[in-house]
Design a binder for this molecule. Sequence first.
Ligand code: FE2
Ligand code: FE2
Length: 307
Amino acid sequence: MNPTVRYPVYDLNNRLLVAAGTELTPAFMADLIQKNTTKYEQVPMLEYGSIRDDLMRQFTIPPYDVIFSREDAMTTVLGVLEQVRLIRPLLEAMDYFRTNDFHTYQHMLIISALATLILHDLAPRYVSGDRNLHHLGPSHDLGKVSVPIPVLLKKSPLTRAELDLVRHHAVAGYVMLSHYLRDADNLACLIALDHHERLNGSGYPRGIRQDNLVVAVTTVCDIYDALVAQRPYRPVSFDNRTAIEELTWMADRGEINMEAVQVLVAYNRRMTPDISRVQVSREHRGKPPAQNMYGVILEDTGSVTKV
Ligand SMILES: [Fe+2]
Ligand SMILES: [Fe+2]
């Protein structure tokens, strides 16, 4: 199913790439890509700005301090990410987030590290250096540059219109990455487009069944960080145990990839090398935090509903 853009998509210099209402057919995407003749400089991701320092700092923040306290976890991830070279505009976009929405900046960085760690265990061919590794870079939420900052930072429930704008980031990121990488089939583009889809088709923007392992791993990492990290829309985040339980239920319901959840649990336990023997607890002991505005919508009538 071809995605359709609901709002216009611009490049990082505010030039229109796609008008609202356009269906992104393969022919349209091929044309979009072929129009971009710019040659971009490639820069090692960890050497750009303060990315390495910012990532190292995140490794010290709970629950990532436990996950990355295992020396092999840290060495593995840094060893792989040292091979990742990204084109300069995509790294400059990280400066935009660092300045304007630090939570999203940190989120994009830690997803890059966490997905790298899980893929190294589950599907090592995706982290080897003989292919381009754009898909391991911090770009899954790049499309959030098209969401107004006040909406991203909003502390109260979003309106329907604002939710639509936020959800636009998936298709916007796909268009932008396809344009900049000049390849709509690059895994980085697919991740941007499909990381909010679910294995059983219950996600967005297309409502398709997610069937790519790299995308599925990114989704698990994305939800995990959305639960445990600080966010503007709630005073406290989920504790680690409750977050893992939440992920386990989602995997049980066929929404997200269970193997990726198991690897995450294994790394949370400091030393459980055999992933196949990791038991994930289904016991409900944790409690989601109070006043969590995630998924809460302010309707035009003034009432609030959960989506
Ligand atoms: Fe996202
Ligand atoms: Fe995300």
